[in-house]
Ligand binder design. Structure first.
Ligand SMILES: [Zn+2]
Length: 390
């Protein structure tokens, strides 16, 4: 049995957007899961193998990148780069959600091929953690000819999601809606591209098409990279209960407008945050933190709410037992502070001021996977491992 204690925490961001800041200064982890959250004196940390003194800084759940175009391994054919996932873990991301392995050179477009790709991506990423991060790989690309029994087989083989509808040969709601229903029957989470055509071969998707198709997630409501018109954003916010994704590689103006609309409509629990990379825009190791800063500095959103969008909101939509600092959840955590030179005094104040916070430590299942980010600026205050037995 392994025990890890995080103590001397300054601010605890829960991941739960309806109660974003927790009381307490310590977290006790046992066997990779959060066991207790509260004040250090209130729980029995005797026998902890590792104690981390957080030096009064901020602890949040590990961030989700809800829109990542992985293929296989830590390599992107789209931008010919290796290590882009590991690099993003240094930006606080501990869970990556594949939005479809569309960048595979020679991607097969027949039912057997698209199924095989989803299954191999799901299974290989289940065994592979780039930089310690967890990848939900294998997002089925909908192609003509898939049948109900294909969805049954895919779910049985570990495929949990349908990648952005609009990228494969199934584009129209008339064709997509029945497959979406099958996917949901087998417990999959369904994403749908919204907005302008992203690359040759894909298509422009309007709000009406999304509404008729009935996915779980409106992928990049602020465009990937071209956004729908604001009145279409309004329809998606007010006429549906779909999760609404805001991405880095989208339209920054519409990101703010969509976020403010969600404030008005009391829909902040529906917003999730992704990169939509690798893409034509590139790879962005700090993309999720940058969207958090963007929303918290330019829209009417508090920094702790923005963090919850990239953690608890995403975990709920993707049905994963993490993203919250709460007993029983997987202990994927980020320790962060204001970056040196920021006008903000702590991580949340820096975010509110628009500064990317300094990631000083990242834990996955209670194990330290990053002890000093190589991508964010350095923190004002650094956590320290004060004891490590065995
Ligand atoms: Zn897209």
């Amino acid at each position: 049995m392994s025990k890890v204690l995080l103590k001397n925490i300054g601010t605890l961001v829960s991941g739960n957007i309806s109660d974003p800041i927790l009381k307490g200064n310590a977290i006790l982890i046992e066997n990779g899961k959060i066991n207790q959250v509260g004040f250090e004196g209130d729980f029995d940390a005797a026998g902890a193998q590792t104690t981390i003194d957080c030096a009064g800084t901020t602890v949040t759940p590990g961030l989700f990148d809800s829109h990542c175009h992985v293929v296989l391994g830590d390599y992107t054919p789209r931008q010919k780069q290796t290590g882009f996932l590991e690099s993003e873990v240094h930006g606080g991301v501990t869970t990556f959600i594949s939005a479809g392995e569309v960048h595979l050179p020679g991607r097969p477009k027949d039912p057997a091929g698209t199924k095989a790709l989803a299954i191999v991506a799901a299974k290989s990423f289940a065994n592979f953690r780039p930089g310690g991060g967890k990848v939900v790989g294998g997002a089925l690309i909908l192609e003509k000819g898939l049948t109900r029994s294909d969805f049954e087989e895919l779910a049985r083989e570990g495929v949990r999601s349908v990648g952005e509808i609009g990228l494969g040969s199934i584009k129209n709601p008339e064709d997509a809606a029945v497959m979406v229903q099958w996917a949901k029957e087998y417990g999959m989470t369904v994403m749908m591209h919204a907005g302008g055509t992203s690359i040759p071969g894909s298509s422009t998707v309007t709000a009406e098409m999304v509404i008729q198709t009935n996915p779980d997630i409106v992928s990049h409501i602020n465009g990937g990279p071209t956004a729908v018109a604001l009145d279409e954003v309004k329809r998606l916010v007010t006429e549906t209960d779909f999760a609404l994704e805001i991405v880095h590689c989208g339209n920054p103006k519409v990101a703010v407008e969509a976020a403010n609309l969600c404030v008005e409509q009391d829909a902040l629990h529906r917003i999730i945050i992704g990169n939509d990379a690798p893409s034509g825009t590139g790879v962005i190791p700090l993309g999720v933190l940058r969207v958090i800063c963007h929303l918290a500095s330019l829209a009417a959103i508090k920094p702790e709410q923005a963090v919850c969008m990239a953690t608890g909101n995403a975990a709920r939509v993707h049905k994963l037992p993490r993203g919250l600092i709460a007993a029983g959840k997987e202990a994927d955590l980020v320790i962060m502070d204001a970056p040196m030179g920021s006008v903000g005094e702590d991580a949340l104040a820096a975010i509110e001021a628009g500064d990317v916070p300094a990631v000083s430590m990242v834990l996955v299942d209670g194990e330290i996977v990053v002890s000093k980010s190589r991508n964010t600026p350095p923190p004002v205050r650094k956590p320290q491992v004060v004891s490590k037995d065995r």
